[in-house]
Design a protein around this ligand. Sequence first.
Ligand SMILES: Cc1cc2nc3c(=O)[nH]c(=O)nc-3n(C[C@H](O)[C@H](O)[C@H](O)COP(=O)(O)OP(=O)(O)OC[C@H]3O[C@@H](n4cnc5c(N)ncnc54)[C@H](O)[C@@H]3O)c2cc1C
Length: 321
Amino acid sequence: MLESEAIIVGAGPAGSTCAWKLRQMGIEVILLDKQMFPRLKPCAGWITPKVLKDLNITAQTYCHSLTYFDRLYFHFKGFKIPVPTKQFAIRRYELDNWLVQRSGVSLYQHQVNTIERQNGAYVLDGKFKCRYLVGAGGTGCRVYHELFKTANPRAKERMITTLEEEFQYPIYDHRCYLWYFDNGLPGYSWYVPKNGGFVNMGVGGKIMGLKRRKETIRFHWNLLTKKLENLGLIKNHSYNPKGHNYYLRSNVTTFRVDNSFLIGDAAGLATFDMGEGIGPAVQSGILAAESIVHNVPYSLKSIGKYSFVNLLFPGRNYLKN
Ligand SMILES: Cc1cc2nc3c(=O)[nH]c(=O)nc-3n(C[C@H](O)[C@H](O)[C@H](O)COP(=O)(O)OP(=O)(O)OC[C@H]3O[C@@H](n4cnc5c(N)ncnc54)[C@H](O)[C@@H]3O)c2cc1C
């Protein structure tokens, strides 16, 4: 049995940030993830300056692709609205692995299935034992399902479904486009070009909204690929999109039970308007670590529910570096 003061299940941005902070503050911790890193994670990789600040990343310290956008091009009912802002994009394949490495915490490849209590400790699959357990396993997190689900069922209305692909492409248009409610989609689609010759494109919408319209996300994906072709943004590409579901800020209200915590998508923290989940994942990882170390209540009230305010007013302090 491998014992550690704290165990974090899931090594995405939530888990690796929590691990980084715990280690910095002197707590013995290990990470478990079912996947081998680096791993692919469906995500457009758009991040705000605040995420960089929270992660203590600058263009100098981050050694992978970091794309800067000084405006985003929103489209709404046929209108094109360029919004001046200061935003970034990363590649999740690179960032997530870098964050784990930077944390200095050991990552074990292991899929957690069972969680038991033994004399106040948590025992995972009879192989790992800890005093503090952090659930950072995303939408299907075992910690959520085993310890939190009954008291905190998630609202189906808040679940979004996505199809996305990131691939190398000879980019000539370096602008970031977002199309809201196109063809009745209860969500939005995007085109995000990235430094290093990659493009990320995808479509996401509320599952219940699609059901009511008797449509599938694949239907809207097909419309998006045609649109990109017509606009000349992507031509003659053989698509192979990946799907992923996650929750917008949900009705989950209990994020801590005894010494177990929920962070990131496991807690359902993505913003209502843009489905931004990296920032809330990072913030909740830091808050959980502080709660463990300083034995203070774990509250996620400080994590914003909307992204749009941060787009318009990205906060000058975050941009100094
Ligand atoms: C298509 C798409 C586009 C998106 N675009 C953006 C964007 O541009 N900007 C943004 O801010 N957010 C975006 N999001 C949301 C964002 O990706 C998530 O909110 C974010 O990844 C949450 O991080 P996390 O660490 O909580 O979970 P994840 O990144 O999902 O990490 C969870 C980890 O847990 C592991 N795991 C799961 N179950 C187990 C288990 N039983 N045992 C061990 N390990 C396990 C998984 O392998 C995974 O590595 C997007 C999401 C999607 C689907």
